[in-house]
Design a protein around this ligand. Structure first.
Ligand code: ADP
Ligand code: MG
Ligand code: ZN
Length: 496
């Protein structure tokens, strides 16, 4: 079957599009999904000898994930998740993602890997399929005990990968699969992972070697992205003053890398008419045979690094990431875990919703305090200016107010305990928590159930330890932020 490239090249098929199909059971697949499955079978024909691809279960900027079924040797059918990476991903990037899964995966709430298929520049990572719920669907239903378990299991996964010197860099609910019924958890998606200075993951070392630029900029997805560092901000409220000492030449280095002469390069569109390309990304038409070895050949090494802005999730980024601090460690994952806990305790998801890093930093300051944030930034060599002082908030008061368990102090007009969340988030110009992005559906804001029902779920007796842990996970200074290993020893988890 000829796949119509205009159908395949659908930049609009977002995650929500996929979700809409997800729960319909044995439903008829949409034409888009059928075409995508067909495209995958064509790109990696070996798949069809093993799998019946049933559905598409995820789609991001850098991969599409499918549900496949395989007939096992013992006659049973088993489900697998097939992650098809975009063909423009850097080969070392792909290999590093796989190595994280093979070395650290399969235990301690970290997803394992079963197999990997490759044909030309197409790579499909096969993992055991784990059924899971969408965070937005369950955040309003969870008991405090479930929240405590969730965060414990997330920290266990983090402790495990951090032991290997893996920094995940993209900790957020969609990358931590949760099956509420089975009480199962799995950390997925090492597509952004980087190594610490002493990482045990060889390919993560190689990855940092490939790009000598400081991590902050290189840290964008898949070596694909080189979002230029904005020198000036248009946001009048907050300014990031770059000291000459910390100014990084990363952007320039990236540009140089792009200009490196490349071997035989044929735009793929001339070669394979049904090849899907993402905007600003062109596949290189040459092939090599290094996939038969465990080395990455020179041709692959010199493949052009794709320039594709990473949509990303500024709302989960730590202050040191937002300010592009060059020394980033495992603490950045802990911050993101803190943002998840903040969501869970307040019942609001997403909690910080920002379209760029400086808006995200402003939102952090509204919760953690501007003076405190500026002070912490100083410790890692960044100078942050905020036009107005934003006081640090008490986390219990904040979470209980957002849960509707306390009247909001600035809200005499609407005493309704569970009023619309967006209203609440827009009450002043300087507190843009969950500021809606244009065109973003507001159904992402989860409203809460009745307060009576909440009491039964333990929300009337949240111990101080929960807020103490939250405070430590959201420590502004990465050097003092609690580690995963320490967090697992926190009094909140004494019985676990
Ligand atoms: P991306 O890099 O595109 O974000 P992920 O690895 O995060 O890719 O996978 C995207 C989505 O696919 C996940 O959010 C999850 O819903 C689904 N998914 C990924 N791996 C699995 C798996 N092993 N089992 C079930 N679903 C999975
Ligand atoms: Mg993901
Ligand atoms: Zn090669």
């Amino acid at each position: 079957m000829e796949v119509n490239p205009s159908v395949c090249n659908d930049g609009n098929s977002t995650e929500s599009h996929v979700k809409a199909n997800k729960h319909i059971g044995r439903r008829k697949l949409s034409l888009d999904v059928e075409n995508d499955i067909e495209y995958l079978y064509e790109a990696v024909p070996q798949l069809s000898t093993v799998f019946h691809i049933i559905d598409k279960i995820g789609e991001g900027t850098f991969s599409s994930v499918y549900l496949g079924e395989a007939l096992m040797a013992n006659g049973t059918k088993e489900k697998f998740a097939l992650k098809h990476l975009i063909p423009t991903s850097h080969p070392v990037r792909i290999a590093a993602e796989l190595q994280c899964l093979t070395v650290a995966g399969g235990k301690e709430n970290v997803m394992g890997v079963t197999y990997c298929f490759r044909k030309d520049d197409h790579c499909v990572i096969v993992m055991p399929y784990m059924e899971h719920q969408t965070f937005v669907d369950i955040i309003g239903l969870l008991s405090f005990e479930e929240v405590r378990q969730y965060i414990y299991h997330l920290l266990k996964a983090l402790q495990h990968i951090h032991q290997f010197g893996i920094i995940h860099r993209d900790i957020k609910p969609t990358n931590f699969l949760y099956n509420r019924q089975e009480k199962m958890f799995a950390l997925v998606d090492f597509g952004l992972a980087q190594g610490t200075a002493d990482t045990q993951i060889e390919l993560l070392k190689e990855l940092s070697g490939l790009c000598k630029a400081p991590r902050a900029v290189f840290g964008e997805r898949n070596l694909n992205s080189c979002t230029p560092v904005p020198t000036k901000t248009t946001d009048p409220k907050i300014e990031l003053v770059k000291s000459t000492k910390t100014e990084d030449p990363a952007t320039r280095k990236f540009v140089t890398a792009h200009r490196r002469p490349l071997p035989v390069k044929t735009p793929v569109s001339n070669q394979r008419p049904n090849q899907r390309t993402t905007p600003a990304a062109v596949n290189l038409g040459f092939t090599c045979s290094c996939y038969t070895t465990d080395r990455v050949c020179n041709i692959c090494m010199s493949r052009k690094q794709q320039v594709a802005p990473r949509a990303g999730t500024p709302g989960f980024r730590a202050p040191e990431v937002l300010t592009k601090c060059p020394n980033q460690g495992t603490a950045i994952d802990i911050w993101s875990a803190g943002v998840i806990l903040l969501s869970l305790l307040s019942g609001r998801y997403p909690f910080f919703k920002a379209s760029d890093d400086l808006i995200a930093l402003t939102q952090i300051m509204t919760i953690r305090g501007s003076r405190e944030t500026i002070q912490a930034a100083k410790t890692f060599g960044k100078s942050v200016v905020c036009s107005r002082e934003l006081p640090r908030q008490d986390l219990r008061t904040l979470c209980e107010t957002l849960r509707g368990r306390r009247p909001s102090p600035d809200d005499e007009a609407t005493p309704h305990p569970h009023r619309d969340t967006t209203t609440c988030h827009h009450h002043t110009h300087d507190t843009p928590i969950s500021t809606d992005l244009p065109g973003e559906p507001s159904r992402q804001h989860q409203t809460l159930a009745e307060p009576e029902a909440q009491d039964e779920r333990g929300w009337d007796r949240v111990p101080d330890e929960a807020y103490d842990l939250l405070d430590r996970l959201l420590g502004l200074n990465p050097a003092k932020r609690i580690t995963a290993a320490q967090a697992l020893q926190h009094p909140l988890f004494t019985d676990l």
